[in-house]
Design a protein around this ligand. Structure first.
Ligand code: NDP
Length: 251
């Protein structure tokens, strides 16, 4: 038996209509899972779903809204009869000095990166219990562990999601639900494209500090997503696993 086979499993990937989310969704689809992508941009969403092998669909969702998160889970179960895998990947950043953030900035980042995972996990939990277990993958960042001058709400949200993941991993282990975080390093996506052009020296410093000697690609996240979504990781829970080309271990 292939421990990484996801045939018959149903997976939701928030923010799966582009970037890292689509990289992970492609890995899950290639491993046999039926995929539901969630995000706000419909054009990107329908195109992304069409690019995936197997059964894949897109559900318009704003993950900062509790009703949308509940509807996402309910529609997925109505379409496919079950939910086995939830990837909380939707995220954003606002770059400012800590003293310059507005309260609205703060809440936008926290709501998108952290509260969204809380809302989706709460809605998904009863469905995973019904399915006899489940896999939750929350997307942190190297900023879950490090600091940076222009990342106050981003780093706070990414630290929080790792701690939240540890809590649900302990609480829901009895239900055969494993919850883990992935900490991506610097990956070439729309999120980092602006910073790469706007922040002098960023490109060079990422290349110098990353032992792999390159930026990551969304497809670099596919393997770890499949591992954490599959029975191959049934004894792995509450972990925060870097996928960063060695960025975090470099002094
Ligand atoms: P992208 O900007 O390419 O993708 C972000 C995704 O999140 C989009 O698909 C977007 O879709 C979705 N999203 C944003 N806000 C919402 C919302 N309110 N409701 C639903 N979906 C939303 O970024 P990345 O692929 O780079 O980032 C993905 C995740 O990886 C994020 O959590 C990010 O913090 C994390 N990460 C990224 C790193 C990198 O170097 N790129 C490094 C470490 C972590 P739409 O606009 O259609 O809603």
């Amino acid at each position: 038996m292939n421990p990484f086979d996801l045939t018959g499993k149903v997976a939701i990937v928030t923010g799966g209509n582009g970037g890292i989310g689509l990289g992970m969704a492609t890995g899950l689809a290639n491993a046999g899972a039926t995929i539901v992508l969630a995000g706000r941009n419909q054009d990107k969403g329908f195109k992304a779903a069409a690019s995936l092998p197997g059964k894949a669909s897109f559900i318009v969702t704003d993950v900062t809204k509790k009703a949308d998160c509940a509807r996402l889970i309910a529609e997925t179960v109505a379409l496919h009869g079950r939910l086995d895998i939830l990837v909380n990947n939707a995220g954003m950043a606002i770059r400012k000095n800590p003293q310059d953030y507005t309260e609205d900035d703060w809440h936008r980042v926290m709501d998108t990166n952290m509260t969204s995972a809380f809302l989706c996990c709460q809605a998904a939990y009863p469905e995973m219990v019904k399915a006899g277990g489940g896999k939750i993958i929350n997307i942190g960042s190297v900023m879950s562990q490090m600091g940076a001058p222009h990342a106050a709400p981003y780093a706070a949200s990414k630290g929080a999601i790792v701690q939240y993941t540890r809590v649900i991993a302990t609480a829901w282990a009895k239900d055969n639900i494993q919850a883990n975080s992935i900490l991506p390093g610097w990956i070439d996506t729309e999120l980092t494209a602006a910073a790469r052009t706007q922040v002098p020296g960023l490109n060079e410093s990422v290349l110098a500090r990353t032992p792999a000697g390159r930026w990551g690609r969304p497809s670099d996240l596919a393997g770890i997503a499949v591992f954490l979504a599959s029975s191959g990781s049934d004894f792995v829970t509450g972990a925060a696993i870097p996928c960063d080309g060695g960025f975090l271990i470099r002094s």
